[in-house]
Structure formats: structure tokens, C-alpha cells
Design a protein around this ligand. Structure first.
Ligand code: HEM
Length: 414
């Protein structure tokens, strides 16, 4: 058996390095399967993918989202990730939610727009036309600045963002193992511990983060703070990874269509208050490429209704991709249409559009993310022009679906 050695500057390696490749392949493949289903006639699709039931009917999906007491978060994730508002249920979830939600609500007020825009203006100013790979880290930095401002804390943002590639890998492995069975649990535990210690050190180094955590848990003992920091870390990652992924897709898609890009730029120059095409474009980006392509739920008790029958403990994939491409809900669902009539300002948002979910477990940062993305896109469009001749792009799915690279995209000042 190969020796596992301590690794101080990154995640502990698995003795079988191919397991990480398998994980990426399996997760990407799951997303591809969910995408492929959308091209089959709706009533001919199988109701499951192996042991996982699949839901892509808007009516049933809405029922699931509105009834988290029946369709709950999977407890296995709590053990793997540590407690957070993302994976808890019931009263414990409410407790954790109340620690961060008031801050997100306050940060998404229109009065905060200028502050949010200033972070993105700075990031966009620093894009390097010779290096498209500078774009994602700079956007991550801006998103993280917005996040820490929202909570009124000031940890070292660069240190947090630098850890994200490792968090991505860890999130990917946990998700993969939750279906395939855990391999090398001692390595996994060391990896979790490594990340945990780093985040703990970064947040504990910041007096404002310490105040936030002390207030959030209502306790004074540093040993009680640890779960609150785990929750903070998961909020930081989920809140920025999704927003930045969406912006990266938007940049890629704009690069494919110069005419559309020019129309969006004309709107962006007019000001943020009235940008219906940009709003519709961003909705369409998230409809076609939902940053979180699916969520997993588990039935707490047997469920019989809405045309399905599940035993207690049934794992269910709620396919956001499936909802977003449902042929009964959308005209030409598999076509990208920036000015889609379903997203016209006068139309009410379809129930089959749920990039942030809905109901009690709706994304806590939905309004903040929307505000942020409009500010970011306005800043980007005013300053830069993108072009690419590469129509299809590999994606990488860990927690969010990101473009695998910016290869083939070029950038020039407007
Ligand atoms: C485009 C950007 C975003 C998208 C598409 C998105 C999407 C989602 C989705 C689908 C969920 C539900 C996950 C599940 O229940 O399994 C979720 C949950 C959550 N998101 Fe977001 N998100 C985005 C941005 C943000 C931002 C900016 C923040 C905060 C700064 C944030 C904070 C949260 C929180 C706290 C939850 C957990 C809600 C709960 O169960 O209490 N998100 N998000």
C-alpha cells in the first residue's frame, strides 16, 4: 500500500491520483446526461438516472421547493462538509440562516449599488488584454469584496480567493464520493482539515470577522466559533463561485455575437437604471447554463402525489437544466435568445425559471447576485470588447458549472 505523506502547501494527494479525474468525469457526465434528456420528448424520458430519481416537471419541482420538510437536504453532506445553512434542515437551518440573511438583505438594497459597482469597476479596470486568464480571478476578487462588505468583515480576500481552486477540488470529491462511496477516508479527512485550518486562520486574523462570529453564535468561547467559520467559508465560496461563473459565461456568449454585444454596450452606456436587454440576456445566460445545474434532495418520508411515488430516503435530482429547457414552458427551449419574450419586462417570470430555486430554501443571495451581475456587466461592457470563434466550450462542474477555460477568447479595449 503506498505511503500517504503529509502535504503542507495543498490538499493531501490520494494514493490513486486518477480518482480526481474520475470524479470530474463522473460529475461532468451527470450534467451532460441531464442536458441530453432535454432533447428527448418530455413524456418519453426515464424518471431516473440509476438510483437517483430525476424531477424536471415545473409543477412537481415547485412543490418540492415549497415543501422542504418533505424534500429535505441530504444529511450525509452535513457530516462531510460541516454544518452550514446550506446543508441543515428545520430549526438548525433557521438558526444558521438568521446569522447571514439580514446582512444579505441589507447589502442588496439599491442604495448599495454604487459600492458594489466600485468593486467591479476596479476589477474590470485591471483586466489584462494580453491575458484572458486574469479575468476570472479579478472577478472573484470583486465578488469576494462585495461578500465581505455585506457581512461587515475584512478578512484577507486574496488569501481566500487563492484557496478556491482547492475548495473546488474538495467540493467535487465530496459530491462524487456521496454517490460512488468514499475512498481513502483518511485522506479526505486530512484534506477537509487542511482547508478548515486555513480558513480558520484567515478569518480569525481579522478582528471584524471575530466580532461577526461572536455575535452570530452569541458565545464568547473561541472553541464554539469553529462551526460558524465553516458556515462563513461555505457562504463565501457558494456566493462568489456562482456569480463569477455566470459572468464568465456571459463574457463567452457575448464574444460569440458582436451585434448583440454592441446592443448591450449601447444600453450599458445609457446607465444601469434601464437596461432591459442586458437583464434579459443575463436571465437567458442563466436559463441556458444554470450555474447550479441541479440540486439534490432526499424524501424525509414516503411521498405519493404530483404523479410520482417515492419511498422515504429517496435521493432526487431536481434538474434546474431540465426545468429551464422544458418544452411545455419555453418557446424553442434549446435555442439561446437574448431578447426572449418570456423575459420581457412586461412578462412575469416563468415558474420554470429557477436558477436560484424558490420557496424557503431559495438562494439567500439572489437579490445581491442580480444587483452585482448587472453592475459587473455594465462595467465590463463599457470598457472591453470580446470576441471568439469557438462556439462550444468545455465546462467544469464542481459546485457550479464554469467554463473550463477562456481559450479562444480575445479581449480589446473599447
Ligand atoms: C448567479 C449567482 C447565484 C446563483 C445562480 C445561486 C444559486 C443558488 C441555488 C440554486 C441555491 C440552492 C442550493 C440548494 O438548496 O441545494 C443557493 C443557495 C444559497 N445561496 Fe446562492 N446563488 C448565487 C449567488 C449567491 C450569492 C451572491 C450569495 C451570497 C452572497 C448566495 C448565498 C446563498 C445561500 C446562503 C444559500 C443557502 C440558502 C439556504 O438554504 O438557506 N448565493 N444559491
Amino acid at each position: 500500500m503506498p505511503q500517504v505523506t503529509e502535504c503542507h502547501d495543498g490538499l493531501q494527494p490520494f494514493s490513486d491520483p486518477s480518482v480526481e479525474v474520475q470524479a470530474q468525469w463522473t460529475l461532468n457526465n451527470l450534467v451532460l446526461k441531464l442536458m441530453a434528456r432535454t432533447t428527448q420528448p418530455f413524456d418519453q424520458r426515464p424518471k431516473d438516472l440509476g438510483t437517483l430519481a430525476v424531477v424536471e416537471d415545473p409543477h412537481l419541482a415547485e412543490y418540492m421547493m415549497r415543501n422542504p420538510a418533505i424534500f429535505q437536504k441530504n444529511f450525509a453532506l452535513v457530516a462531510a462538509l460541516g454544518k452550514s445553512r446550506f446543508n441543515l434542515n428545520g430549526e438548525q437551518w433557521e438558526l444558521f440562516r438568521n446569522r447571514t440573511q439580514p446582512s444579505y438583505n441589507k447589502a442588496s438594497r439599491k442604495t448599495e449599488r454604487a459600492n458594489i459597482a466600485a468593486h467591479y469597476d476596479r476589477a474590470v479596470e485591471a483586466f489584462d488584454p494580453g491575458d484572458m486568464d486574469s479575468v476570472e480571478p479579478l472577478l472573484s476578487n470583486a465578488a469576494m469584496s462585495v461578500f465581505v462588505d455585506a457581512l461587515g468583515i475584512s478578512p484577507d480576500i486574496n488569501q481566500i480567493v487563492d484557496l478556491f481552486p482547492q475548495v473546488r477540488i474538495h467540493a467535487k470529491m465530496l459530491q462524487y464520493f456521496s454517490w460512488s462511496g468514499v475512498r481513502e477516508p483518511e485522506v479526505l479527512a486530512k484534506r477537509a482539515n487542511w482547508l478548515d485550518q486555513r480558513f480558520n486562520a484567515i478569518f480569525m486574523d481579522d478582528p471584524l470577522s471575530r466580532d461577526f462570529v461572536r455575535e452570530a453564535i452569541g458565545g464568547t468561547h473561541p472553541e464554539e466559533w469553529h462551526p460558524a467559520i465553516t458556515d462563513l467559508m461555505q457562504n463565501a465560496f457558494a456566493g462568489t463561485e456562482t456569480t463569477v461563473a455566470t459572468l464568465c459565461w456571459a463574457v463567452r456568449l457575448m464574444g460569440q455575437n458582436r451585434t448583440l454585444q454592441n446592443q448591450l454596450r449601447t444600453e450599458a452606456r445609457l446607465g444601469e437604471a434601464d437596461t432591459p436587454l442586458l437583464r434579459s440576456f443575463m436571465f437567458e445566460v442563466m436559463r441556458c447554463i444554470p450555474p447550479i445545474p441541479f440540486v439534490v434532495r432526499e424524501t424525509k418520508q414516503a411521498y405519493d402525489g404530483n404523479g410520482v411515488s417515492y419511498p422515504a430516503g429517496q435521493q432526487i435530482i431536481l434538474s434546474i437544466i431540465g426545468l429551464h429547457k422544458n418544452p411545455n414552458a419555453w418557446s424553442n427551449p434549446n435555442q439561446f435568445h437574448a431578447a426572449r419574450p418570456e423575459f420581457a419586462p412586461s412578462a412575469s417570470t416563468p415558474k420554470a425559471y429557477r436558477p436560484f430555486l424558490s420557496g424557503p430554501r431559495v438562494c439567500g443571495g439572489k437579490r445581491l447576485a442580480e444587483l452585482e451581475m448587472m453592475s459587473a456587466m455594465t462595467a465590463i461592457l463599457r470598457k472591453w470588447r470580446f470576441s471568439t470563434k469557438v462556439p462550444d466550450v468545455d465546462f467544469e462542474y464542481a459546485l457550479a458549472m464554469r467554463p473550463a477555460s477562456f481559450a479562444g477568447v480575445s479581449i480589446e479595449a473599447v
